[in-house]
Design a protein around this ligand. Structure first.
Ligand SMILES: *[C@@H]1O[C@H](CO)[C@@H](O)[C@H](O)[C@H]1NC(C)=O
Ligand SMILES: *[C@@H]1O[C@H](CO)[C@@H](O)[C@H](O)[C@H]1NC(C)=O
Ligand SMILES: *[C@@H]1O[C@H](CO)[C@@H](O)[C@H](O)[C@H]1NC(C)=O
Length: 226
């Protein structure tokens, strides 16, 4: 066996002996309950058995995901290591959203540590939004219809329908709604009438949607009285 001093000299004599990581996808996106690979590829190392660890970083808190050759914590039983250093989550949940770090320590390399961050997005379908429609509004008065759900990720955008016709974001932009005066904020789901007219009477419902899907609330009747 070579003396430690000799080994060290040999290592420092060669510039390419550095552990180096790469990934096939730094920003994977998956639907909840599907499987996803967090790719971490060891591009180069001269160490036979480098130490591989995965951590999750959330709100500045770091927790182990893979440590001591074992899946840890919340991912136990639904994740595995694939191709030596990639992490596969078999059944993602919304709580898996966040930043993950693959860290590889290769003791025999001159640069002994490398790490790579992976940003995982788990998309969640919206649930049926909660809609509030006033029962009866006098002609000329203002009114607000609300639509909201909080499960969807990324956050839902909202659209409103009257008698099954989609409403524009601003009634002024469409001659079909000439006699109306409403605006819709697609981010908050609120449909605001500055002055209700007779023609605004009807059956209203709203749809919440995002990349993962959409959901609607039950239709409700808005009456317009004198
Ligand atoms: C995935 O996890 C959910 C709970 O988060 C569970 O209801 C479902 O059965 C799991 N699916 C599979 C295929 O294991
Ligand atoms: C309303 O605005 C949203 C976002 O600004 C847009 O995606 C949507 O297509 C608009 N809806 C209509 C009916 O114009
Ligand atoms: C607007 O109101 C006028 C007068 O009541 C009516 O004749 C017309 O048909 C209405 N237009 C629309 C697009 O509803």
């Amino acid at each position: 066996m070579a003396a430690p001093g000799v080994l060290l000299l040999l290592i420092h004599g060669c510039a390419v002996l550095a552990v180096e990581l790469s990934t096939s996808n730094q920003n994977p996106v998956v639907e909840e309950y599907q499987s996803v690979e967090l790719s971490c590829i060891i591009k180069s190392t001269t160490t036979n058995d480098p130490r591989i660890e995965w951590k999750k970083i959330r709100n500045d808190e770091t927790s182990y995901v893979y440590f001591d050759n074992t899946i840890q914590g919340d991912l136990k039983g639904r994740a595995k290591i694939q191709s030596k250093s990639s992490l596969v989550i078999l059944n993602t949940s919304r709580s898996d959203n966040g930043k993950y770090r693959c860290e590889v320590a290769a003791v025999d390399d001159s640069k002994k540590i490398d790490e790579i961050n992976i940003f995982l997005t788990v998309k969640v379908k919206p649930v049926a939004p909660k809609c509030t429609v006033p029962k009866s509004v006098p002609v000329g008065k203002s009114a607000a219809l609300h639509c909201q759900e909080n499960e969807g990720y990324p956050s839902s955008l909202y659209s409103w329908y009257r008698n099954s016709d989609p409403l524009p974001n601003d009634s002024k932009t469409n001659p079909k709604f000439l006699n109306s005066s409403f605006t819709l904020d697609p981010k908050t789901g609120t449909l605001t009438f500055s002055a209700v007219s007779k023609g605004d009477m009807g059956r209203y419902y709203c749809i919440a949607s995002n990349d993962a899907g959409s959901a609607k609330c039950d239709e409700q009747v808005l009456e317009v009285c004198k």
